[in-house]
Ligand binder design. Sequence first.
Ligand code: FAD
Length: 538
Amino acid sequence: MLRLSEIKLPLDHTDEDLHAAVLKKLRLKAADINNYTVFKRSYDARKRDDIRLVYIVDVELPKQKQLLHRFKKDPHVKPTPDTSYHYVAEAPKAVEHRPVVIGNGPCGMFAGLLLAQMGFKPIILERGKAVHERSVDTFGFWSKRKFKPESNAQFGEGGAGTFSDGKLYSRIKDTNHHGRKVLHELVNAGAVPEILFINKPHIGTYRLVKIVENLRNTILSFEGDVRFETRVDDIDIADRQVRGVMLANGDYIRTDHVVLSVGHSARDTFEMLHRRGVYIEPKPFSIGFRVEHPQPLIDECRFGEQAGHPILGAADYKLVHHCNNGRSVYSFCMCPGGQVVAATSETGRVVTNGMSQYERSGKNANSGIVVGITPEADYPDGPLAGIALQRELEARAFELGGGTYEAPGQLVGDFLVGQPSQQLGSVKPSYRPGVHLCDLSPSLPDYAIEAIREALPVFDKKIPGFAMHDAVLTGVETRTSSPIRIKRGEDFQSLNTQGLYPAGEGAGYAGGILSAGVDGLKVAEAVALSIVEKVSCL
Ligand code: FAD
């Protein structure tokens, strides 16, 4: 197959137009090609009055060699690379101890899936509940303030990604095409096939719930074992080699291979690992607020007269500003047409994040507006100091919000001049259980408040209206990424604990659903190869 890139067409083109563009590019007639498929579709909206769709297309044709020769100097005509997934191992018959995966977020789920597909019969242990029961608890918290520390937006089947926008893009280098494997498995589990070819695919919360359940059933069909409400409270390590895991219910599971995919909110688990001497480093992360604007403001700015065009959907944005105080402020996890959600996993704390449904038809656009912080400058007191800072800020946000799990909030106009907000304006915040208007400046360190105050007017120059008086800030956004890294070597095992495979976002090796899934696949391959090697040495 040949891969053609940079095929540009107007928004309202037909299938025939694309076919014609492919033939024109290759200077061929319809009879000369067998078939073509779209590999990727994105849009170029740099000129708002001439927004174009941009395609990468794979063409099947008989005379590929001659054509490649004819286009040898054209960077937009190349052979199609093989992006299919190839299993690295098959489970030997005599595996003494089954591998254990801790955590059933995207990382643990894809690690478990791949181990199961290769025949290793993994045991997946998840502290939270199965996704349907978890949904009842999470939505129950949002509507009735009934918080459950083991079943919420962070903990439970599907991990942090379940009640999210389900954005599936990442900037990771993916030379072995693991990302395609993740996307294909999601489609097999019920995601719309368009996620395979649109540039910035997303799934949406309600659809994710069903997909997560289907992925679990696939794991079970390959004789994997998935256990809910099963928290790992300790790890048995002897001579710096993992021997087993201890569960909160007192049970012990003997294993030599543990995938540690616990996400960035498993603070008790991090403390336990630190006590057990597992090597952990502090890592930079970001803190800030969520901001909400009317979605049409963003659509109009990005798409002009084409705002609302169905193929474009609700517009997103990406903003960054380097401030005079040396800090950088950037937009994080932007959710077009979405909702700000309560994402705490601890009692008496308030944390914001964002989600949306597949249609992205909510009235507001939201994103985190966050400031980068580092262990050297901001939390120098050891590997877990970032967690202590997160807890302090989240507890302060709880207090500022009135101690009822409402989020402290302020209108952008008031925030910029430093006066508490008394009344909402035209933008109705979507955060549930509610927003408590106040002065947000005590909620974050001074340098962060100063940086966000400088950045908002600069963002307003890029998106006119971004600093509009009535836009709403809610706080605090603290779980942007893991505050630690559980370092691993090239064999994917902890630097000082054999058999422990730190993985995904919590270990500092992913940031987002797709990258966590990809990391899960890579770690599963490493576990599989290690087991095969051990068995062959016996
Ligand atoms: P997690 O998803 O956090 O999963 C870890 C799992 O481990 C959890 O289920 C937890 O219950 C379990 N666990 C923890 N400790 C233990 C223990 N001791 N024993 C047993 N189980 C344990 N990313 C995107 O790419 N796109 C988005 O649109 C997006 N939106 C988001 C919206 C929200 C509201 C949130 C909270 C996050 C969002 N993210 C998004 C981030 C994304 O969800 C995470 O990056 C991703 O889920 C990380 O995957 P993970 O598997 O590494 O960890």
